[in-house]
Write a protein that binds this ligand. Sequence first.
Ligand code: NAP
Length: 256
Amino acid sequence: MSKDQHGRIVLITGGSSGIGLATAGAFLDEGDSVVLVGRDTARLDAAREQLAGRVRSGACMDVFTADVSRTDQIDGVVEHVVARHGHIDVVFANAGTLDAPPVLETDEAAFDRIMNTNVKGVFFLVIRALPHMPPGGAVVVTSSAAADKGRPAGALYAASKASVRSLVRTLALDIAVLERRIRINAVTPGLIETPMTSHKDPAVNTAIKEYVTSTVPMGRWGLADEVARSVVFLSGDSASYVTGTQIVVDGGLTQI
Ligand SMILES: NC(=O)c1ccc[n+]([C@@H]2O[C@H](COP(=O)([O-])OP(=O)(O)OC[C@H]3O[C@@H](n4cnc5c(N)ncnc54)[C@H](OP(=O)(O)O)[C@@H]3O)[C@@H](O)[C@H]2O)c1
């Protein structure tokens, strides 16, 4: 645990699964307190149970059920954290969805589902949390290697993740102009083994695994813990001169 940064209040959306869950564990290991947000209360409760043993003395963990695609529920999240903890040191705007139909079957509802979760949910969480973040705070947003690499059936998802990468760049400037001393960066995962990338059909899983081993230069899936470590770095004092940029955690995928 680094002495200068333990005891922070960390808000994590999508904290009940995959990358968000692993990152919650990594912050708890630092001695920080975490608030996990997701839509499914049972999944949040299971995450809380799974992480309970990692809560350090003086820290705490709680969960809050909310849909980040709705601004009224984002307000509820921020009000909850501020009422309980008084402020927010770190925001990890990580909740996202990959759930898109084939491109020619995409209707307006599907478009809204992806964009409202992956873009609107990130933008409004960040700007609603900012007034409650003391100087020295940090925001990390989850983008994706998909933002820089075309792939079939991924148009909306890729566009949403390119959008949040761009938001990070410009919001860094807006926040600097406000002289808030809050940094904002993206973490950009490649192919990470989480429930999002696991399919019910074993044949699809085998095909994806073959794609991963043949396409990713490091020849394997990334682990959620490997993304989590970059999020902790970006949010801490070790990254004190890092803002508006991204760390790509993709085993080299976007470099080929
Ligand atoms: N896995 C990868 O290979 C990969 C690669 C690049 C980027 N990413 C990005 O990384 C982030 C986390 O993905 P993951 O792989 O960890 O997926 P995951 O295991 O499916 O977790 C997604 C999390 O987001 C929550 N969530 C989804 N929609 C939400 C909403 N509208 N409101 C609140 N919470 C919501 C889910 O909980 P509920 O369903 O209960 O709401 C869950 O906790 C996403 O932004 C994803 O796009 C993942």
